[in-house]
Design a protein around this ligand. Structure first.
Ligand code: PAF
Length: 275
């Protein structure tokens, strides 16, 4: 596995390799969710590139940029074992200019739900993902469904900007107790981790209601809120959208995503299910 630190180094490393390229962008602190993306990229491509870059432009003022977990050495080992060909770990200076051209998230889809709670977050995500896709020019890029709105916006960007990369949505990986894996789970104390299970529980409750024939979003969201409010410290939102990310009144089987976002302690968690 080659470890490279700048776009130029990555381009040089790629010159010696041929075939399809699978790319997994990450912010490091790799867990089984990331490993499942890497494994899928490994199965479906000749070359696998992983990036680890804690992207400052997608963190808002007061968010956890400084304390975001960084585990470079452990991450390198994980990538090596997973059969990664090139690990791209750029420096901030090699990725950004002082006064650079900016890309903006769409004004509606980029500014609801996560975008409303974290205004500007998706501008930063799209800015870095566009750079990473341009540097790595992958055949396929792999993103988890846990960040459902991010996935929808990146898919839209690939379409709107005529990118030559297939955006591949990948299933959410959960711990045995149901908690969706996230690098931020390390912030949770024992008690908070127990209470954090309320997110996946509320989504299970919603899917059970749908399985029993309840399609009314207001009723489903009401039950979810009751479950969440008993356990979380601050509920940011419960929402039911279609795959275009438009809020819906009635669950459309095969075309709906149910989402929840909440703080447990000072940790902000998101989760969702696709129905
Ligand atoms: O999902 C993430 O880890 C990040 O938002 C991404 C896509 C690597 C961009 O920094």
């Amino acid at each position: 596995m080659q470890v490279v630190r700048s776009a130029q180094e990555l381009k040089n490393a790629k010159k010696n390799l041929s075939g399809t390229v699978g790319f997994v962008p990450t912010m490091g602190a790799l867990h089984d969710g990331h490993i499942s993306l890497i494994k899928r990229a490994r199965q479906e491509n000749d070359i696998v590139i992983v990036s680890i870059f804690v992207n400052p432009t997608q963190f808002l003022e007061g968010e956890d940029l400084d304390k975001y977990p960084r585990r470079d050495e452990a991450d390198k080992k994980i990538c090596e074992l997973a059969g990664v060909d090139i690990l791209f770990m750029p420096t901030i200076d090699s990725m950004y200019n002082q006064d650079e051209l900016k890309i903006s998230a769409p004004k509606v889809r980029g500014y609801i739900l996560e975008g409303a709670k974290r205004p500007g977050h998706f501008d930063g995500v799209l800015q870095v993902v566009l750079k990473l896709l341009n540097i790595t020019t992958p055949t396929r890029a792999y993103f988890g469904k846990k960040d459902a709105q991010q996935l929808a916006l990146i898919t839209q960007m690939a379409k709107d900007y005529f990118l030559d990369t297939e955006i591949v949505p990948c299933e959410i990986v959960r711990d045995s107790d149901g908690l969706a894996l996230s690098s931020r789970n390390v912030y949770l104390s024992e008690d908070e981790r127990k209470r954090a299970l309320s997110l996946s529980r509320s989504l299970k409750l919603a899917s059970d209601m749908v399985a029993k024939g309840e399609l009314n979003c207001k009723k489903i969201k009401g039950q979810m809120r009751q479950e969440l409010l008993k356990n979380v410290d601050k509920l940011d939102y419960v929402a039911i959208v279609n795959r275009e990310f438009k809020e819906i009144d009635k669950v459309e089987i095969g075309n709906s995503i149910i989402l929840a976002a909440a703080f447990v302690g000072t940790t902000r968690l998101i989760d969702n299910i696709w129905l």
